[in-house]
Design a protein around this ligand. Structure first.
Ligand SMILES: C[S@@+](CC[C@H](N)C(=O)[O-])C[C@H]1O[C@@H](n2cnc3c(N)ncnc32)[C@H](O)[C@@H]1O
Length: 237
């Protein structure tokens, strides 16, 4: 009988570990642990994800380059850049001629990004080790801010969104094109296992409504994410 309790207890403990460290990737234990787990997998990340170039270009690179068509040299900030996925697809677009800042907390993810991006696109990407909870950029300073598959790992996803919107250039009288925000919200069954880190469609819309955003477009992407495009408008003084 005792053995039964031990086995059930061990199984339960194993499930908790699987949930917290594999599915939630350490998100409930803070950014330092999330970054450590990503550092451990940095060299294997690209083969695990097996990005499909055509799909990346169709859903991310081309739509972003097209949205920036009036400012082809726009500086893009990619928050939680990982191994440089967004930079690769955007730099493949012939109508984008700008430079990208890739920011991440995990130094080994950045090292992989630096090695591979410098080999293919020398001088086009700057990589910065920093936390998405406190972006080291001025208010209203960047023409595009992107953030893929990362918000659910932040200590406070809404604060992460606030930070990205803070640094994004608004549409204004002297900048009628404005900047673009591209971010993701996890959906699907795994999202339900990350309470407080992901939002239902209704919650997402209510949260986006709290910010000075316009032209909000939410699309289902890769079946496990909402892909969110939006622009910011200047707030009245
Ligand atoms: C699933 S990966 C996504 C990487 C890349 N955007 C992509 O789509 O391949 C999540 C990334 O978020 C980064 N990250 C998580 N929390 C962070 C934080 N608080 N500040 C900066 N980066 C963070 C991790 O280090 C990791 O590189």
């Amino acid at each position: 009988m005792v053995w039964l309790f031990v086995i059930v207890g061990a199984l339960f403990f194993g499930l908790i570990l699987y949930w917290q460290f594999i599915l939630a990737e350490g998100a409930y234990f803070g950014s330092a642990l999330v970054a450590l787990l990503y550092d451990w997998t940095a060299e294997r990340y690209n083969s695990i994800k097996a990005f499909n170039e055509a799909e990346e270009d169709f859903t991310l690179g081309r739509p972003l380059a097209n949205r920036l068509y009036t400012q082809p040299e726009a500086l893009v900030l990619d928050v939680a850049t990982g191994t440089g996925r967004l930079a690769f697809t955007l730099l493949r677009q012939p109508n984008y001629q700008g430079r990208i800042i890739g920011l991440d907390r995990a130094s080994k993810m950045l090292a992989v990004a630096r090695r591979d991006l410098e080999a293919q696109y020398p001088g086009r990407v700057m990589l910065v080790q920093a936390d998405a909870m406190a972006l080291p950029f001025a208010d209203n300073s960047l023409p595009a801010v992107t953030n893929l598959e990362a918000m659910e790992f932040y200590p406070d996803p809404k604060h992460g969104l606030t930070e990205m919107i803070r640094v994004l250039q608004p549409i204004s009288a002297h900048n009628p094109d404005g900047g673009w925000l591209l971010t993701t919200n996890r959906i699907g069954w795994e999202a339900k296992l990350m309470p407080g880190k992901t939002w239902s469609r209704l919650q997402l819309e209510a949260i986006l409504d709290q910010f000075p955003l316009r032209y909000i477009d939410i699309q289902i992407w890769e079946t496990i994410y909402d892909l969110i495009w939006a622009q910011k408008i200047e707030e009245e003084a």
